[in-house]
Design a protein around this ligand. Structure first.
Ligand code: FES
Length: 509
């Protein structure tokens, strides 16, 4: 636990806002709406009264022990509290390159990008080096890249501290449009500075003029550049600028639309989808659930309202891929076996663990096909480790997310006018702490059984595309071509969406 002592003079401000202004960042997945229960603090001095909304989120014992939700708590004067300390600086990024998997299917630039894990930036001359950044909604990753071959020789990651304004892009857009844009820009700049210090290039980045390549979703790129987010949150969802452009030594990669950003364009390039005759599907299980289908001539892309369940968001004991996050789960004959990232004591459950838990609960018939958790666990949730349970509401969150993703895939296929047997590969990308178990993803119905033998988990394909650009700026033409041949479809307007969404809510093993 981390102790915080503070004095608050403005009692119209929530404790969450006051702590944020003081430089203390609590997870606030719901953006301060009092629904996610993530912004918990424990008062060591007298705790303010908990209102009805807090009483529905916190147990009686928690309230008695001084726990409160910071976003619903108002303090006047000094107080001392403690908050869980999750070692978030040690967040584990997905393998950026998934080189073996991609090489196995013949993607040409992959071996050049294989990371040399034992190298670091410290003491390096930085001649011939670029910095590639995957600017994610939840996680930011930065890699030093050898520009002669695109090999990343040192990668560091951190959580995006904007998440204290909410887990998804809509919360960030909302905050920016309420006057917090500069603050959000400052937070991401601070995160990038932190990563540069970790890489040992904080000073050199200006002096040596290291090229910097940024790949992120459209909202993250807008916030970084200080562009207005007014058009992003309102129909017809018009971005200010999503073209490829440069500021000095920094290049911002291009996106397709407000909800299909440069991270996906980078993924298309990294998986070589834009150069092949065969049709592929790419699904990015990041916070925004972006996906596409296409080949060298035509690409259809969309994003789903899948939410951040597969990044640990909206899950009661969910968190990012930090040491101690449960990442694999196996349940058999009433025995539960788990592993955690870095083998640390369990502190919560990350995205891969979320998916595996649901698969195992369904397999063991502890959850039925409608998503109902067995009576024995219904009230308290299914226990995974001491103090870590998976609740009926968590299962519901996964149902909503997986059916949105599956319905999205089905609609892409129908809109493209082909059937599953005409799809060459399904690439699964995501910034998980560990790579997703494709068998279990098919098992819960998130991915189609018909493609089970053609699924390739590619890790962080957004970063891979940025590294490729770092090695070869002439890829600007390919980036441009991808945006030219890509078209966005809006799932919520599609006539089949509601039926497919309901149909895929069920679990069939
Ligand atoms: S409950 Fe406070 S931020 Fe979500």
């Amino acid at each position: 636990m981390k102790k915080i002592e503070t004095r608050i003079n403005d009692k119209s401000k929530s404790l969450l806002d006051a702590l944020r202004e003081d430089g203390h960042f609590l997870p606030a997945y719901c953006g301060g709406r009092g629904t996610c229960g993530k912004c918990k603090v424990r008062f060591l001095t007298e705790a303010p009264k908990a209102d009805d909304r807090q009483q529905s989120c916190l147990s009686n014992q928690e309230i008695e022990d001084g726990w409160r939700l910071a976003c619903l708590t108002y303090v006047d004067g000094s107080c001392v509290m403690e908050v869980p300390d999750y070692r978030e600086d040690e967040i584990a990024a997905a393998d950026s390159f998934a080189a073996d998997e991609l090489a196995a299917i013949g993607s040409p630039d992959v071996n050049a990008n294989r990371a040399a894990a034992d190298s670091t930036g410290h003491g390096h001359s930085f001649e011939g080096t670029a910095l590639a950044i995957d600017l994610g909604t939840t996680t930011i990753a930065a890699s030093l890249v050898n520009i002669s071959d695109g090999a990343a020789f040192h990668t560091v990651t951190c959580l995006n501290h904007q998440r204290s304004y909410g887990a998804d892009v809509l919360s960030r857009i909302d905050a920016a449009n309420k006057g917090e844009g500069r603050r959000l820009q400052g937070l991401v700049m601070d995160d990038l500075s932190y990563l540069c210090r970790q890489l040992g290039i904080a000073e050199q980045i200006q002096d040596v003029n290291i090229p910097v390549i940024i790949s992120g979703n459209t909202t993250m790129e807008h916030l970084l550049q200080g562009l207005s987010c007014q058009g992003l949150g309102l129909y017809p969802f018009t971005p200010v600028d999503i073209s490829l452009h440069s500021y000095g030594n920094m290049t911002i990669l291009p996106g397709i639309s407000t909800y299909v950003g440069a991270d996906i364009v980078s993924g298309i390039l990294a998986c070589d989808i834009d150069r092949r005759e065969q049709v592929s599907i790419l699904v990015d299980l990041g916070t925004n659930g972006e996906m596409l289908i296409g080949n060298k001539d035509r690409i259809l892309a969309t994003s789903t309202a899948a939410g951040p369940a597969f990044e640990g968001g909206n899950i009661s004991c969910g968190l990012a891929g930090i040491p101690g996050a449960i990442d694999t789960v196996h349940i058999e004959d009433g025995q539960t076996r788990i592993t955690t990232i870095a083998g640390s004591a369990p502190v919560g459950i990350c995205g891969t663990g979320v998916l595996e838990t649901v698969y195992e609960l369904v397999k063991e018939e502890i959850v039925d096909e409608t998503g109902l958790l067995d009576d024995a666990w219904f009230e308290e949730g299914y226990p995974l480790a001491e103090g870590i349970t998976f609740s009926a509401k968590d299962i519901r969150e996964v149902q909503l997310a997986k059916s949105a993703i599956r319905a999205g895939i089905e609609i892409l296929l129908v809109s493209y006018g082909i059937t599953y047997d005409q799809v060459d590969r399904l690439y699964l990308a995501g910034g998980f702490g560990q790579k997703i178990n494709c068998h279990k993803a098919v098992g819960i119905g998130m991915l189609p059984e018909e493609l089970a033998d053609r699924i390739v988990a590619v890790g962080n394909s957004s970063m891979n595309g940025a590294c490729m650009f770092a090695a070869n700026p002439e890829l600007a033409d390919r980036f441009h071509h991808i945006t030219e041949i890509s078209e966005e479809i809006n799932l919520s307007n599609h006539k089949l969406f509601n039926d497919l969404y309901l149909e895929h809510m069920f679990f069939y093993l």
